[in-house]
Design a protein around this ligand. Structure first.
Ligand code: C5P
Length: 238
């Protein structure tokens, strides 16, 4: 896979001008953006259409967790915007994942990705909600369920990528957020890793947010991530 298409920049901000400024500053080098609930709610779907019209791919991070009928409707609406990826919560069970996958069939380029355990969650957080398995066990269980439901891939923390790749096989998309460049600190990332380590372990894409968008020069930070991916180290090696 081409490293240039494996980096998805998360536009996590609360207004369109800031998001557009980031897209302008990254220019042609960045072709893939994640729009999440904050920006979608603040700027509306027109901004998503605008990105698609500019030739960008969009990962619409809706994190759907609803009744199947509503999930299907939201996936159809996302497909109509022209986005390439949409997310559904695997903790919502097989029926909502199947509804999402069925709704996406009308849009051949739309991929449905399942969230397993968000990367900020620890085993203690899981215990608090009644899950006694470790996060790794829970991630694998949910990923298998997502695969059976027909999802095209999963969202996973850097530490879970290797196990997921061997569980899901070579065709699955594995999208890895919660990554930082070597030496950077993000205190809310309970299970962090670098983009390079995530790719080396088998991720198909990495999601990079503040590392790029909050950098003094986002284009320079983006190139640093790119350069790291081009020299992907063997699994487990930094
Ligand atoms: O931390 P960063 O700014 O790179 O986050 C980019 C995206 O990655 C966020 O939009 C969020 O959805 C996702 N993320 C995550 N788990 C984390 C941190 C971020 O899934 N612990």
């Amino acid at each position: 896979m081409d490293p240039d298409n494996q980096i998805i920049v998360a536009l996590d901000c609360d207004n369109r001008p800031t998001a557009e400024d980031t897209v302008d500053r990254l220019g042609d080098e960045c072709s893939f953006y994640k729009v999440g609930l904050e920006l979608l709610t603040a700027a509306g779907p027109d901004f998503v259409k605008h990105l698609v019209a500019r030739g960008k791919k969009v990962f619409l991070d809706l994190k759907l967790f609803e009744i199947p009928n509503s999930v299907a409707g939201a996936v159809r609406a996302a497909g109509a915007l022209g986005v390439s990826m949409v997310t559904v919560h695997s903790m919502g069970g097989t029926s909502i994942m199947t509804a999402a996958v069925d709704a996406a069939r009308a849009f051949p380029d739309l991929r449905v990705l399942a969230l397993t355990v968000v990367t900020s969650m620890t085993d203690e957080d899981l215990a608090d909600i009644g899950v006694s398995d470790s996060s790794e066990q829970q991630v694998l269980r949910l990923a298998r369920l997502a695969g059976k439901a027909g999802c095209h891939g999963v969202i996973a923390s850097p530490q879970d990528v290797a196990a997921l790749r061997s569980t899901l096989g070579s065709d699955a998309l594995i999208i890895t957020p919660g990554v930082t460049l070597p030496g950077e600190t993000r205190f809310e990332h309970a299970r962090p890793g670098t983009p390079r380590a995530a790719l080396a372990a088998g991720a198909s894409h990495v999601v990079v947010g503040r590392t790029v968008t909050r950098a003094p020069d986002p284009a320079v930070a983006f190139r640093l991530v790119q350069a790291g991916l081009r020299t992907a180290a063997p699994a487990g090696v930094e």
